[in-house]
Design a protein around this ligand. Structure first.
Ligand code: CP3
Length: 344
């Protein structure tokens, strides 16, 4: 195995001493990068995802062009419903759509569960190829969607501001919701373990729509499944949980088997440290919209953010994915500001 030349991310996750915080950006592979946009003109979304050479090329773009300290494999969270036999379409500029939504026991019984993770060989191939091409430059992050967030898409059939159909399903048919969440969890655990075998150094679980739930509902429909995943995968690789919007769960999650927790900008760094008793590595939490401000202002805000979290047990990142309208220079300035950080 090639020795990593830059293992800042892995050391931060192990709470080891680092010279400076590692930095990467959620959704760093794609959208705002001109070379990605060129590939998008030639190949449709799932062709890019399912062709290991293309996925590798896209994964490496932000390493070469923006200077981040980690690569995240180019894929999507919705490959899990696909592996379960559910059709997922990606309409350029519009987002995902799943024509057949989950409504009944029969819908859930019809899902492919046995060996579903074996339908995702192209992800493992992309990870192995990327690992080889990285040649130890930076660690490689694998990922999956959290069960609650995947349920949201499988029930709603598309993105939503309120997720009211997904919540109606959970609140009126809780038993079915738990069956579905458990099926997704079981596959996700096997999927993440295989990602690690294929070359992922760490894995992140994206619970992008966790914040649509109240604290009590998060504890019912999201948390138990996140904990199952962290428990099952922790001996394979460090696990980062990203429960967007669910700041109220930070104390509980800080006691879990996860090595890191991603947070958004709805709370400040000091509060996040207090809620987690400074006991776990935190990742975040720059508002991606702030990347649209002038570069000197971005650099000033990054310094404030690191002052707040401290340089140890910390991974500099955004509080959610980078948006397509961010100029590449501004993304670079964010990364540079972390690398240049000095406390005064
Ligand atoms: O982080 C990375 O750069 C790796 C690649 C990655 C993609 N999707 C590629 C992608 C990752 C980690 C994801 C995760 C993902 N996918 C999430 C969780 C993260 C988050 O932002 O909350 C979610 C909710 C999805 C589902 C999804 N995929 C949506 C809602 C959309 C359309 C809207 C959008 O984000 O553009 C996608 C499409 C998608 N997945 C694109 C990319 C680069 C954009 C489509 C394109 O460029 O052709």
């Amino acid at each position: 195995m090639t020795q990593l030349k830059n293992d800042l991310l892995l050391r931060a996750l192990k709470k080891e001493k680092v010279e400076r915080p590692p930095v990467w950006m959620m959704r760093q592979a794609g959208r705002y990068l001109p070379d990605y946009i060129k590939l998008r003109e030639k190949y449709d979304f799932f062709t890019r995802v399912q062709t290991p050479e293309l996925a590798t090329e896209i994964t490496l773009q932000p390493i070469d062009q923006v200077g981040v300290d980690a690569a995240i494999i180019f894929s999507d969270i919705l490959v899990i419903p696909q592996a379960m036999g559910v059709e997922v379409l990606m309409e350029e500029g519009k987002g995902p759509s799943l024509p057949k939504t989950m409504k009944s026991q029969a819908d859930i019984d019809a899902l492919v569960t046995a060996d579903a993770e074996n339908n995702l060989q192209y992800v493992y191939d992309a990870l192995s190829l990327t690992k080889k091409e990285l040649n130890g430059r930076v660690p490689l992050i694998g990922f999956a969607g959290a069960p609650w967030t995947i349920l949201c898409y499988m029930v709603e059939g598309k993105g939503s501001k309120t997720w009211d159909k997904a919540k109606q399903f959970a609140y009126t048919q809780p038993e079915l919701a738990h069956q579905l969440l458990q099926k997704i969890t079981d596959i996700t655990i096997k999927y993440l373990k295989k990602q690690v075998k294929a070359g992922a150094d760490t894995v992140q679980v994206f619970d992008s729509w966790a914040g649509s739930l109240s604290p009590a509902d998060f504890k019912t429909y999201a948390q138990p499944y996140l904990l199952q995943i962290a428990d099952a995968v922790k001996d394979d690789a460090p696990v980062i949980l990203f429960p967007k919007g669910s700041w109220y769960a930070l104390n509980d999650l800080s006691k879990s088997s996860a090595s890191g927790i991603g947070i958004d900008w709805s709370l400040n760094p000091q509060t996040a440290r207090e809620l987690t008793n400074n006991s776990i590595t935190l990742q975040g939490n720059f508002d991606p919209a702030k990347l649209l401000a002038p570069i000197p202002q971005i650099k000033h805000w990054v310094k404030e953010m690191i002052d707040g979290f401290g340089t140890q047990n910390y991974i500099a990142n955004l509080g959610h994915g980078i948006t397509p309208n961010v100029p590449v220079d501004h993304a670079k300035a964010f990364v540079e500001a972390v690398k240049e950080y000095r406390s005064e």
